[in-house]
Structure formats: C-alpha cells, structure tokens
Design a protein around this ligand. Structure first.
Ligand code: C5P
Length: 396
C-alpha cells in the first residue's frame, strides 16, 4: 500500500506509521505532498518505507512513465496519514493537482484517511461535508481522536491523529469481510481487583490482551463493540467503547445493561474468585506475624447473567490444570455457555500476558476442537468464526 503524508505537524509520525505496517508484514511505499516536507523529510520517509517516495519531484520525470497511474496500479490501498482539511477537500472534489489527490482518483481500491487538525476545523460544516463525500465514495476514516493538539494554548481536543500503533489493524479491517455488521458485541477483559483495604487488593496477572483482541476483531468485522475492562495498560481499540471497572461486582454491574440487547458476550476476564469479607477503610497495620483474612466468593458473573439470557451467544474462557475438557464441558452446561475456550496456564503457550494463546473449544454438548497456537488477534477471529453460525437472525 501507499502511505501518503500531507502538510500537518502529525507528518512527523508518518515514518512510524510506515514502520508499524512493515512490522505487520505489509508492503509499503511512501508518498508526500510538498507541504508534508515542511514537517517530515524525504529521507526519513524513504528510510521508513525502504524505497524512494512518490512526490512532485518524482512525478513529472521525462522517462515516459505516468507515475500516479503506475503507483495506483501497484497499490491495494492508500493510507493518508496525516490527512489535512485541505487534502480531504481536494480529494472530495476530485482534484488531481497534488500527488495524494491524483492517487485517490487513479484507481486505488481502498482509501483510509487519518485526519489531523484543529477541533474547530474538524467540526466546521465544510469539512463535515467533505468527509461525508469521501465516505459516500467508499473511503474509510480512522479518527481523529481526542488528545493534545499542536496549536498553542489549545490543550486537548478532538482532532489528533490516531497513534501509528492503531494503523495495521485498521488497514486489515479494510479488507475484512464485515460479517458482524449490525451486531452488538460485549466483551469483558483483564483482571479484577478486590480491595482488602485502600491500598491492597487481590488480583491476577491477566493483561487483557485476549479480550482487547476480541473487541478489535469484532469491530473490524463491523460490530458495535462494548469492552468492559478491568485494570489494563492496553489502549482501547479505535471505534470500541470501553467501560473501566475494578471489582467483580462492578464488572457484573457494567455488563448487565448492555447484555440485554447484545448479540454476543465473550467473557475473557480473569475474574477474581474471592474478595475480603470486610474491606478495611484504613490501611491494615502490620502488627502481627500472622494475619487471618476472611474471604467470601465474588459473584459469578456468567451465572448471574444466565438469568437474563435470551438468544445471545455466550462464550466463556476457562483455565484448567487438570481434566480440562471434562470440566470445560461441565462449565459450559452449568453457566449456559455456547462454548468454552479452554486454555492452559504456565506452558510455552501460556495465556497470561503473552501475544499468543492456544485454546481448545469445548461446547456445552461436549464437542471438542483443538485450535493451533495463534496470535491472540488471529485467535479472536477464529473464535468469532465459530460464533457466526450461532448468532440469531438479524432483527430489522
Ligand atoms: O469457573 P471459572 O472461573 O473457571 O470460569 C471461567 C469463566 O467464568 C470465564 O469466562 C470468566 O470470565 C467467568 N467468570 C465469571 N465470574 C466469576 C469468575 C469467572 O463470570 N466470578
């Protein structure tokens, strides 16, 4: 694909966008408008892309090649990062007086815009109109997001370009079949915390990566996604609504409402099983060598939600060290789950924290399917593939 920079301060991030896409195994070339070079150099784009950028100097050469058509024929996608109000306007009106707008109308199948501008500009009716035109032409927009903006005294506002880390998933989503369009997907992720006193809690090492990957995959496939997350260092995937919680009780409280009209719940959260019977209001002093702690069970969220179950598909996760399949099937029946993804702790495929996971899918009627060790994002898609035939018909 071609990654094109246009003339905004966020163009300093274009090399990082190129690098993230290359790291994700995608073939990239760079393009730049003349104004982009006020912010990023030709050399840094060339190094990040691994080849010479397409720009005005490369456009009008006397070698008999029509460069914009040649580049457009090569590319499967054009990513404009950053996209200024001017670049959006040019493309919306079908101009071709700079390399980016020329590429847009030269037949590249997919175009992804990463707008970056001041909040007032982004919300101006003229820009809104141009954005709508691009969407009507089948283009995709990613962001902008709320964050610190360049103009002095502006502080944070809507208009910041999405971070380069978010781009590979968005590009993959361009080519993704949108088979979850119109679906509401609810995902729980991460650990929960059960406080003993104001500064201590019971928890576990769950990173949230599996659940965030499911949320991202469902979003890419067109679902509207709510992610109920325990404490996690991960960034919320673009386009996903995140509700942050700490305890199991709060997680249950956050899930109940959206569960009512969800099509799917994927419960990846590693919910703490016990909480302190009494939470001390002051820090517990360490007077004695031994300290007894009375624990009570946290609510079983899936059991509690089973009461509100209509025709939602529900998927649980389960970590077992012994008799895994048997226990997972029993759990699926008891918690009224469509299937359980059984995973294994403390192996090289270990679920906690890593980027890979290996699960065995166990249905409530005892069918067993072993999936290979996969990147969590790919595993998320495999899980969604298995959900798809179980979804209720779309209600119009
Ligand atoms: O019974 P077990 O904890 O092994 O079940 C795991 C599944 O149940 C996971 O999907 C987990 O998110 C969910 N769970 C729950 N409420 C709890 C504990 C686990 O919903 N209190």
């Amino acid at each position: 694909m071609v990654v094109a920079a246009t003339g905004g301060v966020a163009a300093i991030k274009t090399p990082a966008v190129l690098r993230r896409l290359r790291e994700a195994g995608m073939g990239v070339r760079a393009a730049a408008t003349e104004d982009a070079y006020r912010f990023v150099t030709r050399l840094s784009l060339a190094v990040a892309a691994g080849s010479e950028p397409f720009d005005r100097s490369a456009w009008f050469t006397a070698d008999g090649q029509v460069r914009h058509l040649e580049w457009a024929a090569w590319a499967d996608a054009l990513v404009v990062a950053p996209a200024t109000a001017d670049a959006i306007s040019s493309a919306a009106s079908g101009r071709a007086d700079d390399v980016v707008s020329a590429l847009v109308i030269s037949g590249i199948p997919k175009v992804l815009w990463l707008p970056a501008m001041n909040t007032a500009m982004w919300s101006h009716p003229a820009v809104r109109r141009n954005v709508e035109r691009l969407e009507a032409d089948g283009h995709t927009l990613l962001g902008p997001v709320i964050g610190p903006l360049a103009a002095r005294g502006e502080g944070a506002g809507l208009g910041r370009m999405v971070e380069p880390d978010a781009v590979p998933a968005a590009v993959e989503a361009l080519f993704q079949e949108r088979d979850f369009e119109g679906r509401k997907v609810l995902v729980s992720a991460g650990p929960t915390r059960e406080y003993l006193d104001p500064v201590r809690f019971l928890s576990n090492p769950s990173s949230g990566k599996m659940g965030y990957a499911v949320a991202e995959a469902a979003r890419a496939r067109g679902a509207s996604v709510t992610l109920v997350s325990g404490p996690s260092a991960l960034d919320v995937p673009v386009g996903v609504e995140r509700i942050r919680v700490e305890s199991a009780g709060q997680m249950l409280g956050a899930l109940i409402g959206p569960f009512a009209d969800a099509d799917l719940l994927v419960m990846t959260a590693a919910v703490a099983d016990w909480r302190a019977a009494e939470v001390a209001t002051e820090k517990i002093a360490k007077f004695d060598e031994r300290q007894a702690l009375e624990l009570v069970r946290t609510p079983d969220i899936l059991m509690a939600l089973a009461e509100y179950r209509r025709d939602q598909v529900v998927v649980g996760f389960s970590m077992e060290t012994d008799k895994g399949v048997e226990r997972a099937a029993e759990k699926a029946r008891r918690k009224r789950l469509d299937f359980v993804c059984l995973n294994y702790p403390a192996t090289e495929d270990s679920a906690f924290g890593g980027d890979f996971n290996r699960v065995t899918v166990v249905t409530s009627n005892g069918e067993v399917e072993e999936l290979p060790r996969l990147r969590k994002r790919e595993l998320a898609d495999s899980i969604l593939d298995r959900v798809l035939p179980r979804l209720r018909p779309i209600q119009s």
